[in-house]
Design a protein around this ligand. Structure first.
Ligand code: GLN
Length: 205
């Protein structure tokens, strides 16, 4: 499959930045707001934004069960930040009524890095991403508190000055065809994480 079709869930969040990274990574992009758009995609990105808002809009747009079903059926999916929260099976510090899409057998802590706008930035080595560290931008980001043995840890926060309680925390994971980062590679212009995802989409097709 030369250029797979990758959808970005376009209910709220940094859709445009993901669209750009998806296209630059060799895939076609489509904004997903309705079930008919979802049924065409070979892979799906859940963007950064606000997980409680995206959760509510999944109800409004009647996408919750369709997205859950496609993920359960093995659709490759990548979530950044709020997207990671939505893909996790368990959320700490979430709203009790916020929905989970499933796909990742992890417990995430919401707003773990604090609530400030520009929380933390650091260079991280990521398993599966060659060519040196990735600049990780954390914005009111979650971290992974625990992960099942089915989950591959791709990256953790290094123990650097300023990392504080984030040092050693898991911030990038993969489970089967599901990929998630607590940070926002779509904001840096470095498309290597998106390329990894597009490779996963091609491999699954
Ligand atoms: N704190 C947000 C949430 O709970 C995530 C922030 C982000 O995506 N940058 O959804």
């Amino acid at each position: 499959m030369a250029r797979p079709l990758v959808g970005v869930l376009a209910l709220q969040g940094d859709v445009r930045e993901h669209a750009h990274a998806v296209r630059a990574s060799g895939a076609e992009f489509v904004a997903v707001r309705r079930e008919s758009e979802l049924s065409d995609v070979d892979g799906l990105v859940i963007p950064g934004g606000e997980s409680t808002t995206i959760s509510r809009l999944l109800d409004t747009f009647e996408l919750l069960e369709p997205v859950r079903k496609r993920i359960a059926d093995g659709l490759p999916v990548y979530g950044s930040c709020a997207g990671m929260i939505l893909l996790a099976t368990t959320v700490l510090g979430g709203r009790p009524d916020q929905h989970q899409l499933g796909g990742l057998d992890i417990t995430v802590r919401r707003n773990a890095f604090g609530r400030q706008v520009d929380s933390f930035e650091e260079d991280l080595e990521l398993t599966g991403v060659a060519g040196g560290p990735v600049r990780a931008v954390f914005i009111r980001a979650p971290w992974v508190e625990s992960a099942s043995s089915e989950v591959e840890v791709l990256g953790t926060v290094p123990d650097v000055p300023g990392a504080g309680p984030a040092a050693g925390r898991i911030v990038a994971v993969r489970q089967g065809a599901t990929l998630a980062t607590a940070f926002h590679p779509e904001l840096t212009g470095d498309i290597r994480v998106h390329r990894l995802f597009v490779d996963m989409v091609r491999a699954a097709a």
